[in-house]
Structure formats: C-alpha cells, structure tokens
Design a protein around this ligand. Structure first.
Ligand SMILES: NC(=O)c1ccc[n+]([C@@H]2O[C@H](COP(=O)([O-])OP(=O)(O)OC[C@H]3O[C@@H](n4cnc5c(N)ncnc54)[C@H](O)[C@@H]3O)[C@@H](O)[C@H]2O)c1
Length: 321
C-alpha cells in the first residue's frame, strides 16, 4: 500500500498484541498489508484472531476488506521471536506494556534486526521517544504514534518526536498514518500525556470532583457531557466553540466579555480531588449502575462511532459561503 508520497508498505510488524496491538493489526490487515504479530503470551494467536473476528463487521461497515480478519489468508502470522518478526518489516508498530525498561529493551533489539529503512513507531501513551530510545544506537529512527482506543476506529494519532528524532521520520510516520486512513497530528514538544490525554485528565479531574461533591452521579455527568460539549466537540473543538460563542467578534470578543469571569470565578472554583480509598470506592460503586456490561457498552460505542464518522463525512470540510 502506498502513502501518496511514493513509499510502499507491504509488511507491518506489530510488537505486543494486546488491546492496542490487536486493533492496529485489524486496521492494517483491512488496508491490505501483511502483519506479523510478536507477543510472548502463549495464547496470543487465538486471542488476537478472536479480536479480529469481533471487529471485522465494524471495519466492513467502513467499506474496508475484512477477509484477512476472518479467514486464514496467510496475511497474518504470529512470530514470538522478535528479531524474526521484524526481519522484513516496512513498518514496526510497538504496543508492548507501558514499562520504560521493557520498551527500551524491545527497541534496542528491533533496531538491529529490522531493515535499515523500516519506519519505527511506539504507541506509548506517556513514555517519550527520548526516554524509550535511550538504548538505541540510532534513536533518530524512533517516533511516538499515540493512538486512541480503539485505533482501528478513532481517527487521531498523536505523532510526537523525541529530542533526537529525525524530522524525515516524523514526515514518514504522518504519511503512513494518513495512508491508514487516520488523522495524524504532530505534537511539537514532548510533554507528559501529550495533548488529548492531558485534556481528558483535566476534564476527568473536575468530573471526579463533581461526583464526589454529590453535585451529580457518574451517569448524570456522562449524560451532561454527551448531550452538550461532547457532541459539539466532535465538530468544533474548544477554541472554535468559544469563537462561535463570541458572536460576530469571535474569540477575541468572547475573551473580552467572559474571560474575566472565567479567570476570577470559574477557574479558581475547579476541584482538585484525590483518588484516595473512599473516592475510589465511591467511583467504583457508581460504575455498577451503567446499564450494560463492558463488552455491550464497547460494542454500542463502536457502532455509534462508525455512524458518527459517516455523518461527519456528509458535513463539508469548509463552512458554507
Ligand atoms: N489501552 C489504551 O487505551 C491505550 C491507548 C493508547 C496507547 N496505549 C499504549 O499502547 C501500549 C499497549 O497498551 P495496551 O493497552 O494494548 O496493553 P495490553 O496490556 O493490552 O498489551 C500489551 C501486550 O504487550 C505484550 N508484551 C509484553 N512484553 C512483550 C515483549 N517483550 N514483546 C512483545 N510483546 C510483549 C503483552 O503480552 C501484552 O499482550 C502501551 O504503551 C499503552 O500506553 C494504550
């Protein structure tokens, strides 16, 4: 498969076949590439194959070819030996557990066994490319490609270079994720949690505060988010939203009229809860009241994401004249 820049991807090595690795495997197979999964778990093959069967209908709905997800076409192989798994890879996607020492060890081994021009990306959600690449001879080859669960559906991939990452690797990673149908976004500085998870953490902190204070329950808070800011944010992010909130004067007018109260009233009143034992017990207890099992909720979410993406595709990228 090409990325529009002339680069061809035929073989992808997926290192770590857990939640994220299995999801990348599904997407890469559905985009017509060969995948080698490397994971020491003894039951990795049945687990990944069951995962692929489970997500095949959703990817099929998106118009992708899912034959290789449900039949043994030879496009998917499992190879527990890391060096053998990456030996002919065009791209290495690492999704092993989030432990620095493990990721450093894996990448030091990958770089000596993979072809010299293979693209290297780690899905790490918090560890940086600078830290992960510390034991590599050529850390300039490594970049973070941080997806959102499930990566076969959610469009964003945060592409975060380390201190030594070659800018050409960043460009190649962005082109690769685009070729996979993703919306890659360059994050220019390494910062803990990158961008989307920091935003999520900020909102979650206040959500925990509101539930702990008894202002709303978890279920009520979730309905508030999905029925208001969540729905809007799929179309216009926080800045565009407030740009629209400022009337014809846009964001400058919004900041002029409401900035003072935001700074003096709203921001100082935000909570800073701690996840101590009673708080965790309260949050866990309320989580018993969701109206379905985790699997059922995940299936409903995935179906809704597919339909939402279809609906968003109908909206013109440019505002009407
Ligand atoms: N789960 C999420 O929502 C999410 C989202 C974005 C990024 N991430 C990141 O993706 C990575 C994987 O997360 P996950 O949620 O899939 O974890 P997971 O625990 O589901 O999967 C990790 C897999 O790595 C395997 N593994 C361990 N050592 C290995 C080795 N030496 N070689 C190959 N495989 C090995 C494990 O057997 C396991 O199957 C982490 O860096 C995580 O931060 C996770």
């Amino acid at each position: 498969m090409g990325d529009g820049t002339g680069e061809q991807y035929r073989a992808v090595a997926v290192i770590g076949g857990g939640v994220i690795g299995a999801s990348w495997t599904a997407l890469v197979l559905a985009r017509g590439m060969r995948v080698t999964v490397s994971d020491p778990r003894p039951d990795i093959e049945p687990v990944v194959r069951a995962g692929l069967r489970a997500v095949a209908p959703t990817l099929g709905e998106l118009g992708l070819d899912v034959v290789a997800l449900v039949e043994d076409t030879g496009a998917l192989v499992f190879e527990s030996d890391l060096a053998a798994a990456v030996a002919d890879a065009d791209v290495v996607l690492e999704n092993v557990s989030e432990r620095l020492e493990l990721k450093q060890r894996v990448w030091a081994a990958v770089e000596v066994a993979a072809p010299g021009d293979a693209l290297f990306a780690s899905a790490s959600s918090a560890l940086t490319a600078t830290a992960i690449g510390e034991r590599m001879r050529r850390p300039e080859r490594l970049v973070i490609g941080h997806p959102f669960n499930p990566p076969h559906l959610v469009p964003l991939v945060e592409v975060v270079p380390g201190a030594r990452t070659d800018p050409a690797v960043v460009d190649r990673a962005i082109a690769f994720y685009r070729a996979m149908g993703k919306s890659p976004q360059l994050v220019k500085k390494e910062i803990p949690g990158f961008v989307a998870n920091r935003l999520q953490a900020a909102l979650f902190r206040e959500a925990v505060h509101l539930v702990c204070e008894g202002v709303v329950t978890e279920q009520e808070l979730d309905r508030i988010v999905t029925g208001s800011i969540g729905m809007r944010w799929a179309i216009a992010g926080p800045f565009e939203t407030f740009h629209l909130g400022g009337g014809p004067g846009g964001l400058p007018a919004f900041l002029k009229h409401l900035g003072k109260s935001l700074q003096e009233v709203s921001w100082p009143s935000l909570g800073a809860p701690s996840l101590d034992e009673p708080t965790v017990a309260l949050l866990s207890d309320q989580a018993q009241h969701f109206d379905a099992t985790v699997d059922q909720l995940a299936a409903r979410r995935d179906q809704a994401i597919v339909r939402l993406m279809g609906a968003l595709r109908q909206v013109p990228a440019q505002a009407p004249e």
